[in-house]
Design a binder for this molecule. Structure first.
Ligand code: FMN
Length: 353
């Protein structure tokens, strides 16, 4: 994801489609008719990477490197500052190859000097590049993105993927900031989550299928149709959380991204194990098509609805929300059983009742 011109094309094609919504229909909360809490008691505060945040929402990586993306990054940073949300910049690989492009990323720090900002690099970066990306925006954390299907779909994309895990380990071992590994919409399975955890990463952003689909975006860029089967490649967001959660342990944060822009889906993602929720295409659409204030109001509405959903389950905190019963049926339950993850364990949880 390093070419600057490509970043503008990604924006263009992403904006030409309605943002996809993650599929959480197999997952249901159990209504609690006797929640012994007041709405004012419900807190959506979360902890991630050893810090406490007002809300689980964060703006995930989108752009940088061009004049248009500088304007977008400036607006997103202003929204992040106003709503006190963390924000990741788009891939900085382009600026690591061309210093003239750094300004489109640095703008985020100028606008939001005290906010929590995440740097973003590709998986072919080395530890020196990682450190330069962090310094460029005085980042608080570093994201490394994984996007193999997207690279394969690009005529100019990478074809060599050997050594990625080794490079991640090297970056983790010398990074001055906590490292997050993220997918960009194809999900993460437990086997790879386990390898990433063993490498020392502090957080995994599962970036599951259901929201932005880079196979479709790349096929639009190339002016070619992809066969339906391939266009639907990947592990959906809900299952990716479950898979990663199955191997996660203390000290590892699960971040969930991929078509999450509805308070009920967000609550379910948290209940499945996520501590932070990344939003990317949806806020971009709102901000560019309906304006800054619409984006701000939408965030406030989602947070309000999240509190309402939490109260209806009897949860007064996100920690509680991860203990309320969750009934998992259909294809998701079937998948879990085949992968030796017991869906009934979620249904039988009852700490809050
Ligand atoms: C236009 C666009 C550009 C993106 N660029 C990057 C990027 O540079 N680096 C990255 O890690 N993820 C990138 N992403 C992926 C998002 O961070 C996110 O993982 C993905 O879009 C899924 O979230 P969504 O369904 O809310 O859009 C981009 C997404 C979009 C829509």
């Amino acid at each position: 994801m390093s070419g600057a011109w490509r970043k503008d094309e990604h924006l263009f094609f992403s904006l030409s489609r309605s943002p996809g919504r993650a599929d959480f229909k197999d997952i249901s909360f159990v209504h609690n008719c006797l929640p012994d809490i007041d709405l004012a008691d419900v807190s959506i505060e979360t902890s991630m990477l050893g810090r406490t945040f007002r809300s689980p929402l964060f703006f995930n990586a989108l752009t940088g490197g061009t004049r248009q993306s500088k304007i977008i990054n400036a607006k997103l940073a202003a929204a992040a500052r106003k709503m006190d949300l963390p924000m990741a910049v788009g891939s900085q690989m382009t600026a690591l190859h061309n210093r003239g492009r750094e300004e489109s990323f640095r703008i985020v720090r100028c606008i939001n000097p005290r906010g929590f900002v995440m740097a973003n690099i590709g998986s072919y970066a080395d530890p020196q590049m990682a450190e330069r990306a962090v310094k460029m925006i005085r980042a608080d954390a570093l994201q490394i993105h994984l996007n193999t299907p997207q690279e394969l779909a690009m005529a100019e994309g990478d074809r060599q993927f050997r050594g990625t895990m080794e490079r991640i380990k090297q970056i983790v071992s010398v990074s001055s900031k906590p490292v997050i590994v993220k997918e960009v919409g194809f999900g993460i399975a437990r086997e790879e989550a386990e390898m990433l955890i063993q490498s020392g990463v502090r957080a995994i952003d599962v970036g599951g299928r259901g929201g932005t689909n880079f196979l479709v975006i790349e096929s639009m860029r190339a002016g070619k149709h992809l066969s339906a089967g391939i266009a639907g490649w990947g592990i959906n967001t809900a299952i990716s959380i479950v898979e990663t959660n199955a191997v996660s342990r203390k000290g590892i944060d699960i971040m969930a991204t991929g078509g999450l822009h509805n308070a009920l889906d967000i609550a379910k993602a948290i209940s499945l194990g996520a501590s932070a929720i990344g939003i990317a295409a949806y806020p971009l659409h709102l901000m560019l098509k309906k304006g800054f204030n619409t984006l701000i109001n939408w965030i406030a509405d989602v947070e309000k609805e999240l509190r309402i959903v939490m109260l209806m389950t009897g949860a007064s905190s996100l920690v509680d929300l991860r203990t309320v019963p969750l009934v998992i049926t259909g294809k998701t339950a079937e998948w879990m059983k085949r992968r030796d993850i017991d869906p009934d364990l979620f249904a039988r949880r009852q700490k809050c009742r």
